[in-house]
Design a binder for this molecule. Structure first.
Ligand code: FES
Length: 264
């Protein structure tokens, strides 16, 4: 009996088949490893419908924010005022044009000041991995909002390296004590020179400076990566950056090394 006919006769839904397919695949791989022959006919593999978007899309924030009405739209490189930021998702899964919640890499998109006295990035010799073609550690364009010196955008993976909460950019109006200059273990230019709070994790107060991109080691897998320098604990290291480029007006993420993001 064909599987389509069997499906009809048993009244099984496609969802049921997917569940069986997943379980069967697990059994099949175990059997394969053990060299067993089960003699079972497995259902055909589930046909995946959907797309993974490399463009960064806005996501809705739980409290009122300027970008909430843009949720689900592509982030555009000219959307931001200086020091403005937003939450987004990179490599999210979309089915029938709708984002599947929980998929992809949550990220913070931040337009920092476009200047070179305090901003720092690793030199090509210090880079721990090659970036995909045409991608850079930041988006940088002197012609967008040229009156304010141009546009520079940093995109960070939005999972705290301490215990994987979601750090925020300028979404907390009433910060707890312990954020002042004297509390920083470093001189974060974002705060010291430009009076802007660094990236802040409300869970335990970790902070990261998006103007200081440094090479650190992911202690979960020993991989060197580039991230926004940790300027306040308890986080022990930098928040990983997501390399970017513009595709037309849209901001697109690029994978340098998946191990940069594996720690939650
Ligand atoms: S999870 Fe971010 S500070 Fe603890």
């Amino acid at each position: 009996m064909s599987w389509e006919k069997e499906e009809q006769e048993k009244g099984m839904t496609r969802r049921d088949w997917v569940k069986i397919g997943i379980a069967a695949a697990a059994v099949g791989s175990v059997a394969g490893i053990g060299g067993l022959v089960t003699g079972q006919i497995l259902p055909p593999p589930y046909k995946f419908n959907g797309e993974i978007r490399e463009t960064i899309q806005y996501t809705k924030f739980p409290t009122p924010q300027w970008w909430n009405t843009k949720a689900g739209q592509s982030v555009k490189v000219s959307d931001f005022q200086e020091w403005q930021g937003a939450t987004g998702v990179w490599r999210g899964l979309y089915q029938n044009g709708t984002y599947v919640p929980g998929t992809g890499f949550p990220c913070l998109v931040i337009r920092i000041k476009r200047e070179d006295q305090y901003f720092s990035v690793p030199t090509p010799e210090q880079m721990p991995a090659a970036l995909p073609k045409d991608f850079n550690l930041v988006f940088d364009d002197p012609t967008i909002d040229a009156a304010n010196g141009g546009t520079r955008i940093v995109v960070l993976f939005d999972r705290c390296v301490h215990l994987c909460c979601y750090p925020g950019w300028h979404v907390v109006d009433n910060p707890p004590p312990g954020r002042g200059y004297q509390d920083y273990g470093a001189d974060p230019p974002t705060f010291v020179q430009f009076g802007q709070d660094p990236v802040y994790c409300v869970c335990h107060g970790s902070q990261y400076d998006p103007m200081l991109l440094v090479v650190n080691v992911n202690d979960k897998n020993g991989t060197s990566y580039v991230g926004a320098r940790r300027v306040h604990g308890p986080a022990p290291r930098a928040l990983p950056v997501i390399p970017v480029k513009a595709q037309g007006e849209n901001l697109v993420g690029g994978m340098a090394e998946p191990a940069w993001y594996v720690y939650c």
